[in-house]
Design a protein around this ligand. Structure first.
Ligand code: SAH
Length: 304
Protein backbone atom coordinates (compact mmCIF):
# COMPACT_ATOMS: atom_id res chain seq x y z
CA UNK A 1 0.00 0.00 0.00
CA UNK A 2 1.21 3.52 -0.67
CA UNK A 3 -0.31 6.78 0.45
CA UNK A 4 0.82 9.86 -1.36
CA UNK A 5 0.04 13.31 -0.12
CA UNK A 6 0.37 16.32 -2.34
CA UNK A 7 -0.32 19.79 -0.98
CA UNK A 8 -1.82 20.66 -4.34
CA UNK A 9 -3.72 17.55 -5.27
CA UNK A 10 -4.69 16.36 -1.82
CA UNK A 11 -4.37 12.69 -1.05
CA UNK A 12 -3.70 10.23 -3.81
CA UNK A 13 -3.57 6.52 -3.35
CA UNK A 14 -0.95 4.80 -5.41
CA UNK A 15 -1.27 1.10 -5.91
CA UNK A 16 -3.47 -1.26 -4.00
CA UNK A 17 -3.21 -2.99 -0.69
CA UNK A 18 -1.68 -6.40 -0.29
CA UNK A 19 -3.95 -9.37 -0.76
CA UNK A 20 -4.98 -11.59 2.08
CA UNK A 21 -2.02 -13.51 3.42
CA UNK A 22 0.59 -11.46 1.58
CA UNK A 23 3.80 -11.41 3.58
CA UNK A 24 5.29 -8.04 4.23
CA UNK A 25 7.49 -6.18 6.66
CA UNK A 26 9.68 -8.79 8.22
CA UNK A 27 7.40 -11.73 7.65
CA UNK A 28 4.35 -10.22 9.32
CA UNK A 29 1.08 -10.60 7.57
CA UNK A 30 -1.57 -8.06 6.98
CA UNK A 31 -4.78 -9.96 7.17
CA UNK A 32 -6.75 -8.37 4.41
CA UNK A 33 -6.81 -5.78 1.73
CA UNK A 34 -5.74 -2.31 2.78
CA UNK A 35 -8.16 0.55 2.98
CA UNK A 36 -11.08 1.44 0.86
CA UNK A 37 -10.43 4.75 -0.84
CA UNK A 38 -12.69 6.79 1.40
CA UNK A 39 -11.21 5.35 4.54
CA UNK A 40 -7.70 6.09 3.31
CA UNK A 41 -8.56 9.67 2.49
CA UNK A 42 -10.09 10.06 5.93
CA UNK A 43 -7.04 8.54 7.57
CA UNK A 44 -4.56 10.51 5.51
CA UNK A 45 -6.49 13.72 6.06
CA UNK A 46 -6.14 13.05 9.75
CA UNK A 47 -2.42 12.49 9.34
CA UNK A 48 -2.18 15.83 7.61
CA UNK A 49 -3.83 17.44 10.59
CA UNK A 50 -0.92 16.21 12.74
CA UNK A 51 0.88 19.34 11.65
CA UNK A 52 1.23 21.76 14.50
CA UNK A 53 3.93 23.71 16.21
CA UNK A 54 6.85 25.66 14.86
CA UNK A 55 10.54 25.23 14.51
CA UNK A 56 11.42 27.00 17.74
CA UNK A 57 14.37 25.88 19.80
CA UNK A 58 13.52 24.98 23.34
CA UNK A 59 15.88 24.86 26.26
CA UNK A 60 15.17 21.74 28.27
CA UNK A 61 17.17 20.28 31.06
CA UNK A 62 17.49 16.50 31.19
CA UNK A 63 15.08 15.63 33.96
CA UNK A 64 14.11 12.17 35.08
CA UNK A 65 10.41 12.19 35.84
CA UNK A 66 9.45 10.44 39.02
CA UNK A 67 6.05 10.13 40.66
CA UNK A 68 7.04 12.83 43.16
CA UNK A 69 7.94 15.34 40.48
CA UNK A 70 4.70 15.06 38.58
CA UNK A 71 1.82 17.47 38.52
CA UNK A 72 -1.71 16.40 39.03
CA UNK A 73 -3.87 18.48 36.71
CA UNK A 74 -5.61 16.15 34.36
CA UNK A 75 -8.91 16.32 32.57
CA UNK A 76 -9.62 12.60 32.58
CA UNK A 77 -12.05 11.37 35.19
CA UNK A 78 -10.08 9.53 37.86
CA UNK A 79 -13.17 7.94 39.30
CA UNK A 80 -13.81 5.80 36.22
CA UNK A 81 -10.73 3.60 36.70
CA UNK A 82 -11.29 -0.07 37.39
CA UNK A 83 -8.67 -2.75 37.98
CA UNK A 84 -8.46 -5.11 35.05
CA UNK A 85 -7.73 -8.19 37.11
CA UNK A 86 -5.76 -9.53 34.16
CA UNK A 87 -2.15 -10.29 35.10
CA UNK A 88 -1.09 -9.54 31.54
CA UNK A 89 -2.58 -6.10 31.81
CA UNK A 90 -1.07 -4.73 35.02
CA UNK A 91 -2.56 -1.28 34.65
CA UNK A 92 -6.20 -0.36 35.04
CA UNK A 93 -8.65 -0.02 32.23
CA UNK A 94 -12.08 1.50 32.26
CA UNK A 95 -15.45 0.65 30.81
CA UNK A 96 -16.12 4.38 30.42
CA UNK A 97 -16.59 5.30 26.74
CA UNK A 98 -15.90 1.72 25.70
CA UNK A 99 -18.50 1.86 22.93
CA UNK A 100 -16.75 4.85 21.39
CA UNK A 101 -13.41 3.08 21.69
CA UNK A 102 -14.79 0.00 19.96
CA UNK A 103 -16.19 2.18 17.21
CA UNK A 104 -12.78 3.79 16.73
CA UNK A 105 -11.11 0.38 16.63
CA UNK A 106 -13.58 -0.97 14.13
CA UNK A 107 -12.79 1.98 11.85
CA UNK A 108 -9.08 1.11 12.08
CA UNK A 109 -9.94 -2.51 11.24
CA UNK A 110 -11.86 -1.26 8.22
CA UNK A 111 -8.74 0.52 7.00
CA UNK A 112 -7.18 -2.93 6.83
CA UNK A 113 -5.13 -3.15 10.00
CA UNK A 114 -6.55 -6.36 11.40
CA UNK A 115 -3.94 -7.64 13.88
CA UNK A 116 -6.01 -8.61 16.90
CA UNK A 117 -3.36 -7.72 19.49
CA UNK A 118 -2.95 -4.21 18.11
CA UNK A 119 -6.69 -3.61 17.97
CA UNK A 120 -7.10 -4.95 21.50
CA UNK A 121 -4.41 -2.59 22.78
CA UNK A 122 -6.23 0.38 21.29
CA UNK A 123 -9.47 -0.84 22.82
CA UNK A 124 -7.77 -1.19 26.22
CA UNK A 125 -6.22 2.26 26.45
CA UNK A 126 -8.74 5.00 27.23
CA UNK A 127 -7.67 7.76 24.84
CA UNK A 128 -9.88 10.22 26.70
CA UNK A 129 -7.47 10.03 29.64
CA UNK A 130 -4.81 11.62 27.43
CA UNK A 131 -6.89 14.32 25.77
CA UNK A 132 -7.35 17.85 27.19
CA UNK A 133 -10.68 18.86 28.69
CA UNK A 134 -11.70 21.02 25.74
CA UNK A 135 -11.13 18.13 23.30
CA UNK A 136 -12.90 15.41 25.29
CA UNK A 137 -15.80 15.06 22.93
CA UNK A 138 -13.43 14.30 20.04
CA UNK A 139 -11.32 11.82 22.03
CA UNK A 140 -12.44 8.84 19.93
CA UNK A 141 -12.41 10.52 16.54
CA UNK A 142 -9.72 8.98 14.36
CA UNK A 143 -7.71 12.15 14.08
CA UNK A 144 -4.95 14.02 15.87
CA UNK A 145 -5.99 16.57 18.49
CA UNK A 146 -4.23 19.58 20.00
CA UNK A 147 -2.64 18.94 23.42
CA UNK A 148 -1.23 22.43 24.01
CA UNK A 149 2.22 23.95 23.41
CA UNK A 150 1.66 23.61 19.65
CA UNK A 151 1.72 19.79 19.85
CA UNK A 152 -0.76 17.04 19.05
CA UNK A 153 -1.80 13.60 20.20
CA UNK A 154 -1.38 11.39 17.13
CA UNK A 155 -4.19 9.94 15.08
CA UNK A 156 -5.24 6.50 16.45
CA UNK A 157 -4.76 4.81 13.07
CA UNK A 158 -1.15 6.02 12.94
CA UNK A 159 -0.59 4.97 16.55
CA UNK A 160 -1.89 1.49 15.67
CA UNK A 161 0.13 1.22 12.47
CA UNK A 162 3.42 2.39 14.02
CA UNK A 163 2.92 0.06 16.98
CA UNK A 164 2.28 -2.83 14.59
CA UNK A 165 5.53 -2.09 12.75
CA UNK A 166 7.56 -2.39 15.96
CA UNK A 167 6.67 -6.07 16.42
CA UNK A 168 6.68 -5.86 20.23
CA UNK A 169 6.41 -8.55 22.84
CA UNK A 170 6.74 -8.52 26.60
CA UNK A 171 10.50 -9.00 26.60
CA UNK A 172 11.30 -6.15 24.26
CA UNK A 173 12.63 -2.77 25.30
CA UNK A 174 11.15 0.16 23.42
CA UNK A 175 12.14 3.82 23.29
CA UNK A 176 9.68 6.52 22.26
CA UNK A 177 10.83 9.99 21.23
CA UNK A 178 8.06 12.54 21.78
CA UNK A 179 5.96 11.56 24.82
CA UNK A 180 3.41 14.31 24.17
CA UNK A 181 0.15 13.31 25.84
CA UNK A 182 1.52 9.91 26.87
CA UNK A 183 -1.06 8.01 24.79
CA UNK A 184 1.37 6.23 22.46
CA UNK A 185 3.54 5.21 25.43
CA UNK A 186 0.46 3.77 27.17
CA UNK A 187 -0.34 1.75 24.03
CA UNK A 188 3.26 0.46 23.93
CA UNK A 189 2.90 -0.46 27.61
CA UNK A 190 0.10 -2.86 26.60
CA UNK A 191 2.80 -4.99 24.96
CA UNK A 192 5.80 -4.61 27.20
CA UNK A 193 6.67 -3.22 30.62
CA UNK A 194 10.01 -1.98 29.21
CA UNK A 195 8.86 1.37 27.83
CA UNK A 196 11.15 4.44 27.84
CA UNK A 197 9.91 7.79 26.62
CA UNK A 198 11.49 11.22 26.19
CA UNK A 199 9.73 14.57 25.84
CA UNK A 200 11.51 17.84 25.16
CA UNK A 201 8.81 20.18 26.49
CA UNK A 202 8.79 20.10 30.26
CA UNK A 203 5.08 20.83 30.90
CA UNK A 204 4.05 18.02 28.55
CA UNK A 205 6.59 15.60 30.02
CA UNK A 206 5.39 16.31 33.56
CA UNK A 207 1.75 16.04 32.63
CA UNK A 208 2.33 12.69 30.92
CA UNK A 209 4.25 11.37 33.95
CA UNK A 210 1.36 12.43 36.11
CA UNK A 211 -1.05 10.46 33.92
CA UNK A 212 1.14 7.37 33.91
CA UNK A 213 1.20 7.38 37.71
CA UNK A 214 -2.46 8.19 38.13
CA UNK A 215 -3.69 5.59 35.70
CA UNK A 216 -1.27 2.84 36.62
CA UNK A 217 1.19 2.87 33.71
CA UNK A 218 3.89 2.66 36.32
CA UNK A 219 6.44 0.64 34.37
CA UNK A 220 6.92 3.46 31.88
CA UNK A 221 10.20 5.28 32.44
CA UNK A 222 10.05 8.90 31.32
CA UNK A 223 12.35 11.88 31.16
CA UNK A 224 12.50 15.40 29.83
CA UNK A 225 15.29 15.89 27.33
CA UNK A 226 16.25 16.02 23.69
CA UNK A 227 15.28 12.69 22.18
CA UNK A 228 17.56 13.28 19.19
CA UNK A 229 20.32 11.89 21.38
CA UNK A 230 18.34 8.83 22.43
CA UNK A 231 18.79 7.41 25.92
CA UNK A 232 22.23 5.91 26.03
CA UNK A 233 21.95 4.67 29.65
CA UNK A 234 19.17 2.26 28.65
CA UNK A 235 20.39 1.37 25.16
CA UNK A 236 20.31 -0.76 23.13
CA UNK A 237 16.60 -0.91 22.32
CA UNK A 238 14.72 -3.62 20.45
CA UNK A 239 12.42 -0.97 19.06
CA UNK A 240 12.42 2.82 18.69
CA UNK A 241 9.39 4.90 17.75
CA UNK A 242 9.74 8.57 16.92
CA UNK A 243 6.55 10.66 16.96
CA UNK A 244 8.03 13.96 15.77
CA UNK A 245 9.78 14.48 12.46
CA UNK A 246 13.51 15.20 12.14
CA UNK A 247 15.00 16.20 8.77
CA UNK A 248 17.26 13.17 8.89
CA UNK A 249 17.34 10.00 10.91
CA UNK A 250 19.33 10.82 14.06
CA UNK A 251 22.57 8.84 14.14
CA UNK A 252 22.43 8.22 17.90
CA UNK A 253 19.07 6.47 17.45
CA UNK A 254 20.49 4.15 14.80
CA UNK A 255 23.42 3.40 17.09
CA UNK A 256 21.11 2.66 20.02
CA UNK A 257 19.02 0.19 18.02
CA UNK A 258 19.76 -3.44 18.87
CA UNK A 259 20.82 -5.88 16.15
CA UNK A 260 17.59 -7.41 14.94
CA UNK A 261 15.72 -4.29 16.08
CA UNK A 262 13.45 -1.90 14.21
CA UNK A 263 12.74 1.80 14.35
CA UNK A 264 9.78 3.61 12.88
CA UNK A 265 10.28 7.30 12.24
CA UNK A 266 8.73 10.12 10.18
CA UNK A 267 11.45 11.90 8.24
CA UNK A 268 11.36 15.21 6.39
CA UNK A 269 10.93 18.90 6.94
CA UNK A 270 7.64 20.40 7.92
CA UNK A 271 7.65 22.26 4.59
CA UNK A 272 7.96 19.14 2.49
CA UNK A 273 6.39 15.71 2.30
CA UNK A 274 7.50 13.56 5.20
CA UNK A 275 7.86 9.84 4.85
CA UNK A 276 7.26 7.22 7.45
CA UNK A 277 10.42 5.11 7.40
CA UNK A 278 10.97 1.66 8.86
CA UNK A 279 14.62 1.22 9.80
CA UNK A 280 15.75 -2.35 10.39
CA UNK A 281 19.10 -3.48 11.77
CA UNK A 282 19.93 -7.09 11.01
CA UNK A 283 21.86 -9.51 13.17
CA UNK A 284 25.13 -8.37 11.62
CA UNK A 285 24.34 -4.72 12.30
CA UNK A 286 23.48 -3.88 8.70
CA UNK A 287 20.86 -1.13 8.48
CA UNK A 288 18.13 -1.00 5.84
CA UNK A 289 15.43 1.62 5.37
CA UNK A 290 12.00 1.15 3.89
CA UNK A 291 9.78 4.11 3.08
CA UNK A 292 6.16 3.22 3.83
CA UNK A 293 3.85 6.17 3.36
CA UNK A 294 3.60 9.94 3.28
CA UNK A 295 2.75 11.47 6.64
CA UNK A 296 2.65 14.81 8.40
CA UNK A 297 4.03 15.04 11.94
CA UNK A 298 5.07 17.94 14.14
CA UNK A 299 8.77 18.75 13.73
CA UNK A 300 11.47 17.39 15.99
CA UNK A 301 12.67 20.26 18.16
CA UNK A 302 16.24 20.57 19.35
CA UNK A 303 17.59 21.55 22.71
CA UNK A 304 19.74 24.68 22.63
N1 SAH B 1 3.43 10.35 21.04
C1 SAH B 1 2.66 11.53 21.34
C2 SAH B 1 2.59 12.45 20.14
C3 SAH B 1 3.14 13.77 20.52
S1 SAH B 1 3.47 14.91 19.21
C4 SAH B 1 1.30 11.18 21.88
O1 SAH B 1 0.92 10.00 21.91
O2 SAH B 1 0.59 12.09 22.32
C5 SAH B 1 5.25 14.89 19.23
C6 SAH B 1 5.91 15.26 20.55
O3 SAH B 1 7.31 15.23 20.30
C7 SAH B 1 5.60 16.64 21.09
O4 SAH B 1 5.12 16.54 22.39
C8 SAH B 1 6.93 17.37 21.04
O5 SAH B 1 7.11 18.29 22.09
C9 SAH B 1 7.89 16.21 21.15
N2 SAH B 1 9.25 16.48 20.65
C10 SAH B 1 9.64 17.28 19.64
N3 SAH B 1 10.98 17.26 19.50
C11 SAH B 1 11.45 16.41 20.45
C12 SAH B 1 12.75 15.99 20.83
N4 SAH B 1 13.86 16.41 20.20
N5 SAH B 1 12.87 15.11 21.85
C13 SAH B 1 11.77 14.67 22.51
N6 SAH B 1 10.52 15.06 22.22
C14 SAH B 1 10.35 15.92 21.19
Amino acid sequence: MKFRFSPFAGVRIIGRGPRKGVKRMGGQTIGRRWPAATAVIWAAAGVFLCLAGCDKRYPAAETALTAQSSESQDPGAVSDIVESGDPNLPHPGTPARLDERRQMVSQIRDYGLTEANILQALENVPRHWFVPADQQRYAYDDRPLPIGHGQTISQPFIVAYMTYLLDLDKNKKVLEIGTGSGYQAAVLNEFTPHVYTIEILEPLGRQARSRFDRYGYTTITAKIGDGYKGWVEHAPFDAIIVTCAPDNIPKPLIEQLKCGGRMVIPVGSVFSIQELVLVSKNDKGRVTKQSLMAVRFVPMLRKK
